[in-house]
Design a protein around this ligand. Structure first.
Ligand SMILES: [Zn+2]
Length: 432
């Protein structure tokens, strides 16, 4: 601890968490050992039950909710979510810590086994170590220490382990939000321990619009292309227009979203893929000699809070309609694939202020308020749960998420557990 507080109860709480360092590491390792890889969504049940059983023994009311009918849900791979609630000594607000239990596939390039939770040089390694089983473990230790501190707490504390964040959260937080788990009066403040770094409080994320543009042509023999009409050449014209009329408009608009890294403080556009013509049998042989009659690109447009999604879509349609006017035989289809509106919690909300204060108290330096370039489950808590008091705060670095040799620092986990405990204590007792 770098800063002593003047509140004896808080000092005792911080010491209590330091004393649970080994337990925090062990819990992180245990969680990493469940290979909850998504897709397809493996091992959700044993992971959720590990968490649920631990908390049940400590006096939590534990519920398991299967997201029946959600994408990917099946008897073989049920989308199991766990929600645990601890009632305080008297009525009061509820602070909820939500973590996703799923991880992305391990992929190549590991120098340690990805699902063993190897501990080395003050770090826990493994798929999901930082994104976000380390954060989940830190929230569990924080809440348990708070309960065991003997402080008479008002209100309630909740911890959830939810499915499918990596594939959009429909079998996880979205499903639960539709059933009232992330709304008042049940819940007042939500902290999501995503790996934004131990000194950063993340108040929201940019929006997303994924779309597909298809150009159409007319098939003909490749030796006589003049008899056909090339969809790939039409797509070439689309790409030129994106360079000329869309990309130059993305920079330079000021935003009040403190997105990190700073490069993401503008709207961005990525062309995720392009495909035209006959399928190329991946290196074996060549595509057939025909004029391609269709070509498809998938676009990933990220939006700032100041932007209107309908206007963004209209801009794209305007560019394509312009080509219809100027380019002979140009035809296109524009299809929405996926969209999420930007979300940002007001920095004056208690959950933001109390967590920032706790960061300063634990680390001895001010917290940085930020927004995430990509989305996470806050979108569902905002849109479906209609709860505006939500942040992401947790240990680990987003740069390590989804990479080989992913790790989380043990000191950072301990520090973030202390921050979470202090923030929850302040929010419950209204010390604000
Ligand atoms: Zn995550």
């Amino acid at each position: 601890m770098t800063t002593m507080t003047s509140h004896p109860a808080e000092d005792a709480l911080l010491r209590e968490i330091e004393g649970r360092r080994d337990e925090l590491v062990a819990l992180t390792q245990a969680l990493i050992r469940f290979p909850t890889v998504n897709p397809p969504g493996d091992a959700y049940r044993p992971c959720a039950e590990h968490l649920g059983e631990r908390l049940r023994k400590r006096g939590f009311a534990v519920e398991y909710v299967r997201a029946e009918g959600a994408p990917g849900d099946s008897d073989e791979r049920p989308r199991i979510n766990v929600i645990a609630r601890y009632e305080g000594a008297r009525p009061g607000p509820c602070v909820h810590f939500n973590s996703h239990i799923d991880v992305v596939e391990a992929g190549e390039g590991w120098t340690v086994p990805p699902f063993e939770g190897v501990v080395k040089d003050g770090k826990v390694y493994g798929r999901g170590a930082c994104d976000m089983k380390g954060g989940l473990a830190a929230s569990v230790i924080a809440v348990e220490a708070l309960i065991d501190s003997g402080i008479q707490l008002p209100g309630a504390l909740e911890i959830s382990g939810t499915a499918d964040e990596e594939s959009g959260g429909y079998g996880g937080v979205a499903y639960l939000a539709e059933r009232g788990y992330f709304s008042r009066p049940r819940v007042d403040h939500v902290i999501i321990p995503e790996p934004l770094n131990v000194d950063r409080v993340c108040i929201g994320h940019r929006g997303v619009w994924w779309s597909e543009i298809t150009t159409e042509g007319r098939i003909a023999h490749g030796s006589m292309p003049f008899l056909g009409d090339s969809a790939v050449r039409h797509m070439g014209a689309v790409l030129e227009e994106l360079e000329r009329r869309i990309f130059p408009t993305l920079g330079g608009q000021p935003t009040r979203m403190p997105v990190v890294p700073e490069g993401a403080r503008t709207p961005t556009l990525n062309i995720n893929s392009i495909h035209g013509g006959q399928a190329d049998a991946s290196g074996e042989g060549l595509p057939s000699p025909v004029v391609p009659d269709s070509c498809r690109i998938v676009l990933d447009r990220r939006l700032l809070i100041e932007e209107d999604l309908d206007e963004v879509k209209a801009q794209m349609r305007g560019v394509l309609d312009g080509l219809v006017q100027t380019r002979p035989n140009f035809r296109y289809k524009l299809r929405d694939l996926f969209e999420v509106r930007p979300t940002m919690t007001d920095p004056d909300r208690a959950v933001v202020r109390m967590t920032c204060e706790a960061v300063e108290q634990v680390l001895g330096r001010p917290a940085q308020i930020c927004c995430s370039p990509g989305t996470y489950d806050q979108k569902h808590i905002d849109r479906i749960g209609r709860l505006r008091d939500c942040i992401a705060y947790g240990p680990g670095s987003l740069d390590l998420a989804h990479t080989p040799d992913e790790w989380v620092g043990i000191d950072d986990m301990v520090a973030s557990a202390r921050v979470m405990a202090l923030a929850a204590y302040a929010l419950l007792t209204g010390r604000a």
